[in-house]
Design a protein around this ligand. Structure first.
Ligand code: FAD
Length: 439
């Protein structure tokens, strides 16, 4: 049964997240953006408020919120600051491989620690020499009996400098592609781990992004999230669940940009009228709202599918690339409506623009999402309509009996031949009788 209403619990969750975002995220966002630093105390407050790590399943003592609920929370956080929202959400990204893993003993051990100690988990597939091409991971995991030895560098790791655990994807054989990839839950206190200098970024400066170097780091086999050969699949399954969340980042940021533009358009005057009096501005606002609403619907649908166990990779990808690209357009129009002020650091749209540019890059670029969706279309999509060569176009219908006369269609040029047999050749494109298909 289709239903577009939030439940009472979901409305309460949204209100709680919105209050938190306005009270605790919004007031500090520009300060930490300027400092290029993650406000760890905000992450701690989010944890205390039950708005971070909330997806730890109930059987391990967590709240076990679903992806729809997580999307609702994320939209509110991102509406206040996409960078801080990334830092809050990153722990869920890091925990998802553990949630999906079949290593029951590891789940019990680690989730109880995360719950008691309020730990943060980060996620690492990317390296200095690869990002999109996950199968070409070079970070090596050497089998050493009861443990693996991890060596190599992970790059672009969100919260890498402030996390307690990290889901690390590495290979037992760099030449083996997908077949060599395994995944590990690594305790960041392990000997041999070096955290690099903060990578200076254009936006999302309230999130911590670093390189992590592993030098013969001993990871017990009890910490394996995915055995060699199963790590690539685990990474892709993780993205199916986390890409709708990136859609929610986009919805939140775009919604804020639209609201700021709406506010400004009503107050700013030009040529004797408020900007909102000009149809050109009204149409911009209408399209901005259309994009926010469409992006939210796609995002919620993708999240709902995961909660329902459907997990269609293409839906998660569509949500991500539609919402993140729509958000860019909305923020760009918001800046246009704010005119010169929009371009300054004294107004909020400038930071939103810098922050959301990243959404089209991390968790799989827009190009990679298009590859996924086109691959699915070409290989798995089931069309509803008959193929074009069987289309009953231009059939002759007897006006008295309403019966359709016998007809053949040239597969090549579409010419329709009426009669009980196909012609010897097509009178339009001259191909032989074999090119005709009975309709
Ligand atoms: C701030 C920030 C935070 C991040 N956080 C994390 C994190 O926590 N953990 C983590 O593992 N990674 C993280 N990443 C890495 C991120 O996921 C990668 O940057 C992203 O996947 C793209 O990889 P790349 O930068 O290596 O680009 P490349 O893969 O080198 O791609 C470069 C360009 O080529 C295009 N391209 C590549 N292949 C194709 C193709 N087959 N067809 C068409 N176009 C193609 C890409 O779309 C892109 O436009 C983060 C990145 C940033 C910037």
């Amino acid at each position: 049964m289709l239903n577009f209403h939030l439940t009472d619990d979901q409305s309460a969750l949204r209100d709680r997240a919105r209050r938190f975002a306005i009270d605790h995220v919004l007031p500090v966002a520009w300060y930490y953006d300027e400092k290029d630093e993650v406000p760890v105390q905000v992450l701690e407050k989010a944890l205390d408020a039950g708005l971070m790590n909330a997806d730890i399943p109930k059987i391990y003592g967590g709240q076990g919120i679903g992806l729809v609920d997580a999307t609702i929370v994320t939209e509110e956080m991102a509406a206040a600051c996409p960078g801080i929202a990334t830092s809050i959400f990153d722990s869920s990204l890091g925990m998802t491989p553990l949630i999906l893993s079949e290593n029951e003993a590891l789940k019990r051990r680690i989730f109880s620690r995360i719950l008691v100690e309020g730990s943060r988990v980060s996620f690492a597939t990317s390296e200095p020499t690869m990002g999109s091409d996950v199968a070409s991971i070079r970070c090596e995991a050497k089998d050493a009996g009861d443990h693996y030895l991890l060596s190599g560098t992970k790059y672009w790791i969100t919260n890498g400098g402030v996390s307690d655990f990290m889901s690390v994807f590495a290979t037992v054989d760099p030449k083996a592609g997908h077949a060599g990839i395994a995944a590990f839950l690594v305790d960041m206190q392990c000997k041999g781990i070096t955290v690099g200098k903060t990578i200076p970024k254009m936006g999302q400066r309230c999130s911590n992004t670093v390189g992590i170097h592993f030098n013969q780091v001993k990871v017990p086999k009890t910490n394996v999230l995915a055995e060699p050969g199963k790590g690539f699949h685990l990474a892709m399954k993780t993205f199916d669940r986390t890409r709708p969340i990136i859609g929610a980042f986009a919805v939140g940021a775009a919604r804020s940009a639209m609201e700021y533009a709406l506010d400004y358009a009503k107050k700013r005057r030009a040529f004797g009228s408020p900007l909102a009096g000009f149809q050109a501005i009204q149409f911009k606002l209408a399209e901005m709202y259309q994009k926010v609403e469409t992006a939210r619907l796609l995002t919620l649908k993708a999240a709902w599918e995961v909660d329902e166990g459907i997990e269609l990779t293409a839906t998660a990808s569509i949500a991500k690339f539609y919402a993140t690209e729509a958000a860019w357009e909305v923020v760009d129009e918001a800046m246009q409506i704010l005119g010169g002020y929009g371009y300054t650091k004294m107004f909020p749209v400038e930071k939103l623009m810098r922050d959301i540019r990243l959404l089209r890059i991390y968790e799989g670029t827009s190009e990679i999402q298009r590859l996924i969706v086109s691959g699915w279309l070409l290989n798995s999509y089931e069309p509803a309509m008959p193929s074009m060569e069987s289309l009953p176009m231009h059939r002759e219908i007897d006006p008295d009996t309403h019966h359709e006369g016998a007809a053949f269609r040239c597969r090549l040029c579409g010419h329709i031949h009426y009669g009980d047999t196909a012609p010897e050749s097509c009178p339009t494109c001259f191909f032989s009788a074999e090119s005709f298909k009975a309709l």
